[in-house]
Design a protein around this ligand. Structure first.
Ligand code: HEC
Length: 470
């Protein structure tokens, strides 16, 4: 068979051909065009008609730390598709070989260095597979402690000042407290995140991160084959694009359209491929990220302790993000640690509630509310710092056949201390702001719905509660 070339439409350009041994060989050139790529590789695809090779996986409990470093290696996730095959495990690390029948190893690394560990998993027919991982001994990762020292520790409130404090300790470098780590070696930023959704974070679908959504979109697309942040590649660097367009009106629309349509002539004769599959909104998010690189430096560098101020927002979240890369000590490279303090929106939405009694969560075209709100129904919002919370804005909606009733807010239990209550009547959306008895520290809040005379009738829909600090 003739070798052929295929542009997969994804990141990598590949060549494939069958070899004289009947096996399929594939060259992946890697992610960048016309470059020596670290991820370029030759792959052999074997067809194995009988016993299948096992799958090897290797993980460690501590990927880095000071010496002597006691590491537990685990083969968890390794498996054999042929039931009944028993597996044996051999670990090679630091020039030594260890055997195990259960796939776990405890090894102490005494000398500083970067260790490449290799696990070989073999089935009883003699087929084997390898997995590798890296352990850095001789450098303990830095530890970051960050806290809000004045203000609410769960929520941000619009147009409010917050006092924070950060402390970094590193076994090798010293600490910010003893002055051996300088304040400007620690990167601290305070950012608003529009799309931050507490319900998704609670379910583990979203990680707290201060990154703009466009960064992830770019990472998922083919852009990196022609663009690098601060270096010319086939296309201009993102930093030079940012510098050229940052104060130009209409730049976002123009650049988003160019990403979708492609073209050449602005930076030279090389052509940017078209991206018809990218939506206008996504292209704009990409441009927002690219343009943000123009003032990357200016946005950072908050001091180790200080005051930050929130804006007008009531949705999303504010993130205090801290990172420190230690100095490392040859032959051991630097290790970085990140920490994030999330201050969530003061809007408590129905889909964040737990311990639902009678009520259900309705998602109607993205409008989220409690439905089936009947007498004695309740719902809990767990573990909230109530420091500085003075009022609550309730968001009920009365449909045609709904009879209204009362909302009560109780502390810690459905029949705990009553912080405030409101009568709900009328039709349609009837927001209402009530005063709450103030309290401090972390508590659960219970919403309790009442109307003894309503029988089995529904009282209203209930969208949620916005907590207010004034
Ligand atoms: C095949 C290579 C290639 C790919 C893939 C590519 N670009 Fe480009 N890009 C270019 C070239 C070449 C230029 C310069 C075009 C010109 O001179 O008008 C460019 C220009 C740009 C510009 C500046 C446009 C202008 O008119 O000044 C932006 C913004 C940009 N690219 C973003 C992206 C994004 C985002 C992606 C991924 C979705 C991407 N590019 C994918 C090659 C590429």
């Amino acid at each position: 068979m003739e070798p052929f070339m295929a542009n997969t439409g994804f990141n990598n350009i590949i060549d494939m051909a069958f070899g004289p041994d009947g096996k399929l060989y594939m060259i992946e050139y890697g992610t960048k065009w016309f470059a020596q790529n670290l991820d370029a590789r030759l792959v052999r695809i074997d067809y194995n008609g009988g016993n299948r090779t096992p799958v090897a996986q290797l993980s460690v409990d501590k990927p880095s730390g000071a010496v002597p470093l006691a590491v537990k290696f685990s083969s968890k996730g390794s498996k054999d598709y042929d039931t009944g095959d028993s597996l044996s495990y051999i670990l090679e690390v630091g020039g030594k070989t260890y055997n195990s029948n259960n796939g776990t190893f405890e090894v102490t690394l005494d000398k500083p260095g970067v260790y490449n560990a290799k696990l070989k998993v073999t089935d009883d027919k003699g087929n084997s597979a390898n997995a590798v991982t890296q352990v850095t001994a001789g450098n303990e990762p830095p530890v970051i402690k960050a806290s809000i020292v004045e203000g609410n520790k769960t929520f941000f409130f619009p147009n409010t000042k917050l006092k924070y404090s950060v402390e970094v300790t590193d076994k090798e470098d010293g600490s910010t407290a003893d002055g051996k780590i300088a304040g400007d070696a620690v990167t601290i930023s305070f950012d608003y995140m529009k799309g931050f959704d507490m319900a998704k974070v609670a379910q583990g679908h979203q990680m707290p991160t201060a990154e703009l959504p466009g960064k992830a979109l770019i990472a998922k697309s083919d852009c990196k084959s022609c663009h690098i942040i601060d270096q010319r590649s086939a296309g201009p660097s993102y930093k030079e694009v940012a510098a050229k367009y940052k104060s130009q009106t209409g730049a976002i629309d123009y650049l988003a359209a160019k990403i979708i349509k492609g073209g050449s002539g602005v930076w030279g004769n090389t052509e940017m491929a078209a991206h018809p599959q990218i939506s206008v909104e996504d292209a704009k998010e990409m441009v927002n990220y690219i343009l943000s690189l123009a003032d990357e430096k200016a946005a950072k560098k908050l001091p180790l302790s200080g005051t930050v101020t929130t804006g007008n927002e009531t949705q999303g979240a504010y993130l205090l993000t801290i990172s420190y890369y230690d100095k490392g000590a040859a032959p051991v490279p630097s290790i970085g640690t990140n920490a994030t303090v999330v201050l969530r929106s003061p809007m408590l939405k129905a889909n964040e509630a737990t311990d639902l009694n009678i009520v259900r969560v309705l998602n109607w075209d993205g409008n989220i509310a409690f439905e089936n709100v009947k007498h004695t129904a309740h719902a809990k919002f767990a573990e909230l710092d109530l420091t500085g919370v003075k009022k609550a804005k309730l968001l009920p909606y009365l449909g045609d056949d709904q009879v209204g009733g009362e909302v009560e807010i109780h502390l810690d239990k459905p029949d705990g201390k009553l912080l405030g209550k409101a009568k709900i009547a009328g039709k349609g959306l009837v927001p209402q702001t009530i005063s709450l008895e103030t309290t401090t520290g972390y508590h659960d809040l219970y919403l309790v719905f009442k109307n003894e005379g309503a029988g089995n009738k529904s009282l209203f829909y209930f969208g949620g509660v916005e907590l207010l600090n004034k």
